[in-house]
Design a protein around this ligand. Structure first.
Ligand code: PGA
Length: 258
């Protein structure tokens, strides 16, 4: 069993004080839980302050995005070296909101993935289909293209350290989660594609998170699927109680595997 990775994507939410309080209460709550990776992904401007709260704990700190260049005339962007400088070890790349609201393409996401690995930052690489793509039977095709272009030119060793987040766009923030069977079907397909492109050794090491309206009451069923190795949580990560409840579901499954 791969070590589950439960990540909270705070998106563009919370104040500075709320961010620090949330980080502090998550830290206090999960102290001593072992066998599960837990991560917080606050807004960039709060990273350094949240880092000061999480420092010395096992909680992973990551940014929600980064540019592929290290510095230069890119107004409004932050680079991998910058997020590393403020304590990040991880970064979310290719989130559907970046793709669909801000126009990020598969090729841009590929540049970002390469840049992250070049700087020793571990990416969570997001992919997923839109509702019309699912309804017209194109889910696998869309995933294949996002995966193929996203991973172009990456070293197999880097790919094996990757976390992939499958997030069907129609399930994000809508309260409409994919059924565990729907999610498993796509996760199984992603793993099969990875095996085809990078071999079995790599494909069995990549963690594949599910994301999209995960809540404490649906987390157990989703996490019990064989190819689901963690969760990327938006709305439910903004409250200590719901986020830590989901973490404890993962922790229980590690202690007594289903
Ligand atoms: P949600 O967001 O849990 O609010 O649906 C998930 C995500 O966008 O990562």
């Amino acid at each position: 069993m791969l070590r589950p990775f439960i990540a909270g994507n705070w998106k563009m939410n919370l104040t500075l004080k709320e961010s620090k309080d949330l980080a502090g209460s998550i830290r206090a709550d999960i102290e001593g839980m072992q066998g599960v990776d837990v991560g917080a992904f606050p807004p960039s401007v709060f990273l350094e302050s949240v880092y000061s709260v999480l420092k010395g704990s096992s909680i992973i700190l990551g940014a929600q995005n980064m540019h592929w260049e290290d510095n230069g005339a890119f107004t409004g962007e932050v680079s991998g070296s910058m997020i590393k400088d403020v304590g990040c070890t991880h970064v979310i790349l290719g989130h559907s909101e970046r793709r669909h609201i801000f126009g990020e393409t598969d090729s841009m996401i590929n540049l970002k993935l390469r840049a992250a690995f070049a700087r020793g930052i571990m990416p969570i690489f997001c992919l997923g289909e839109r509702l019309e793509e699912r309804e017209s039977g194109k889910t696998f095709k869309v995933i294949e293209k996002q995966l193929k272009t996203g991973l172009e030119g990456l070293k197999p060793d880097d790919v094996s350290m990757l976390t992939i987040a499958y997030e069907p766009v129609w399930a994000i923030g809508t309260g409409k989660n994919a059924t565990p069977a729907q999610a498993q079907e796509v996760h199984g397909h992603i793993r099969a594609l990875l095996e085809e492109s990078h071999g079995e050794d790599v494909s069995t090491r990549v963690r594949i998170q599910y994301g999209g309206s995960v809540k404490p009451d649906n987390a157990a069923e989703i996490l019990a699927q064989p190819d689901i190795n963690g969760l990327l949580i938006g709305g439910a990560s903004l409250k200590k109680d719901s986020f830590c409840k989901i973490v404890s579901v993962a922790f229980e499954q590690v202690r007594s595997p289903v």
